[in-house]
Design a protein around this ligand. Sequence first.
Ligand code: CP3
Length: 341
Amino acid sequence: MSIFLDTVKGKKCERPPVWFMRQAGRVLPSYLKLRETYTFSELMLEPELAAKVTLLPVDDLGVDAAILFSDILVVPQAMGLKVEFSDKGPRFEKPLKEVSNPLEHLHPDASFFEYIYKAIKIINESKPKEVPLIGFCGAPLTVLSYMIQGLSSNHEFPDATKFIFEQPELTAKLVDMIVEISQVYAQKQIESGVEAFQLFETHAGLIPYPIYKKLFLPAVEKIGKTVRATGTPFFFFPKGIGNGIVDMNHNIADVVSIDWQADIAQVRKQVGTEVGLQGNLDPRLLLTSPSVIKRELETYIDFGSKETKWIFNLGHGVLPNTPFENAKYAIDWIKTANWKR
Ligand code: CP3
């Protein structure tokens, strides 16, 4: 019934399914129109509105999956940190770098997420059956980095990285706390009706891979285990993981989402045949023009003709100011190309 779930399960389909990270945002004229009336937080917090925004890209772009309209920073909020979403990005009132005892400062309370489960139920009542809903949360390094640093204007998180290097034991305890609440959150998203679950490790490249592997990868596996125990496919997006990609096989996830720096055909050779792949168009390509986009999309035909456990996506989220027509062009192209399967 769903080309997205069939592909994840290993069924050979006539084309790759397609969706875009951050598809439910500023690329859509319909979203921008809603943003004239509501703030980002209002759209997220009101279940009816969150459900409506979640389904906008299904109607407007024709994607094969919807992703819940929310944010990875709801987990820090549920742990007691105050986060504001301003036009310049998220802002923490008091990041952990300013706190003397972070463990005592945090008060995880999973009941915070109730409004999100409501949105999931509304989405499931109104969405087309063949378009599954993807749930998500942030992965421990990315979530912890925001919690420590607060702002991420330069995407380098210098204080967060310093904190992790200096205080590995405290880091491990904070990671455990994040894992515990993320497991409850993932489980309840699934019980409420999400049919796939993606863990966003957008800042996997912040620290050396050996440290990532020791301090954070076991945490990813714990969340993955909770998701997979329900029979729900587990997607992992370790952006910037570098040569750590060799470890991203089917033991870690059902599908690994690949950033645009990597050669996806090369990645397939490194990770074995069992794990699904997702990716990996450079999102900046969508800022160009249909002829340039077409030229790059054509380079995927060879890979996609042989590779049927592959979901087309970007190597990171859609960028602000991406012309809607370009995003739509790429999606239509993927759906109508001759994949020679
Ligand atoms: O993918 C989707 O369409 C679903 C919804 C979604 C959002 N954020 C909505 C959003 C998802 C999956 C995220 C994940 C997220 N949020 C990540 C990890 C993945 C990634 O893209 O890097 C991170 C690091 C965040 C934290 C965050 N939220 C930042 C840094 C920002 C500001 C920068 C930006 O891109 O706007 C946000 C705000 C945010 N989250 C918006 C949206 C649609 C923009 C809100 C607006 O201005 O209308």
